[in-house]
Design a protein around this ligand. Structure first.
Ligand code: PXP
Length: 248
């Protein structure tokens, strides 16, 4: 794994979304993953949803075969997904909430309310050597619960911060950013590795990249959209440059 201080995981789900809109074989998410690697991505993220609306089982097979950087396998806490993860043992798994009717992962996982089940759920994944990350809102109860169940990593949900920015609600955006900063510091002090992601764009990534405890950002939708206009490699290089500038 890259030992860069702030890693970039490129989420390729929406290459598959475009492919599936036509039921064709292209654009190929594996080709996107290889370009992302060349553009300096430190990892590739893919979410195998229960309804297979974008990434397919065959995509995961292919990614496990061709990737030279680690795969971060996003999944819901279901038995089916656990079995798939245990078959592949990717470098990392990120446990996310999943609702069929949602357009994207809307909120963080309710770890605090489901602690026993989640502790038993992640134990075999950890034992198999996967780094287990839990996707949560910037909420101390959730950080504490993620720590108690034995996760090594939390990924802070940046969706609310990005939405508030897009809506021009800058005071509330700054309050949410403060929560992200505080929870990154708190989680780090608990011994957890801190990641962040969801909804990040060229405009919003800087302040999150600047949070010193954050070690990895996972970014997809904006990069894939921007690739339509400037190409995938330049879109990733620009995101990386903004992250590096913010960190410096
Ligand atoms: N991190 C997690 C846990 C996610 O579920 C997603 C969306 O799949 C992302 C990061 C990336 O979000 P976006 O595609 O909005 O950049």
């Amino acid at each position: 794994m890259s030992d860069r201080e702030l890693r970039l995981g490129v989420n390729i789900d929406h290459v598959a979304t475009v492919r599936n809109a036509r039921g064709s074989a292209y654009p190929d998410p594996l080709r996107a993953a290889r370009i992302a690697e060349e553009a300096g991505a430190d990892g590739i993220t893919a979410h195998l949803r229960e309804d297979r609306r974008h990434i397919s089982d065959a995509d995961i097979d292919g990614l496990m075969e061709v990737l030279t950087v680690p795969l971060n396998f996003e999944m819901a806490a279901t038995e089916e997904m656990q079995a798939i993860a245990l078959r592949h043992t990717p470098h990392a798994v990120c446990i996310v909430p999943e609702k069929r009717e949602e357009k994207t992962t809307e909120g963080g996982l309710e770890v605090a309310k489901d602690e026993n089940r989640l502790a038993h759920f992640i134990a075999p994944l950890r034992d198999a050597g996967c780094r287990v990350s839990i996707f949560i809102a910037a909420d101390q109860r959730q950080v504490e619960a993620a720590n108690r169940i034995g996760a090594q990593v939390i990924e802070l949900h940046t969706g609310a911060y990005c939405d508030l920015h897009a809506e021009g609600r800058f005071d509330e955006r700054d309050e949410e950013l403060k929560r992200l900063q505080d929870m990154a510091a708190f989680a780090h002090a608990c011994g957890l590795e801190v990641h962040a992601g969801h909804g990040l764009t060229f405009e919003t990534v800087g302040p999150v990249a600047a949070i010193p405890e954050v070690r990895e950002l996972n970014i997809g939708h904006f990069i894939i959209g921007e690739a339509i206009f400037r190409g995938l490699e330049p879109a990733i290089r620009e995101m990386r440059a903004i992250m590096d500038a913010a960190r410096a």
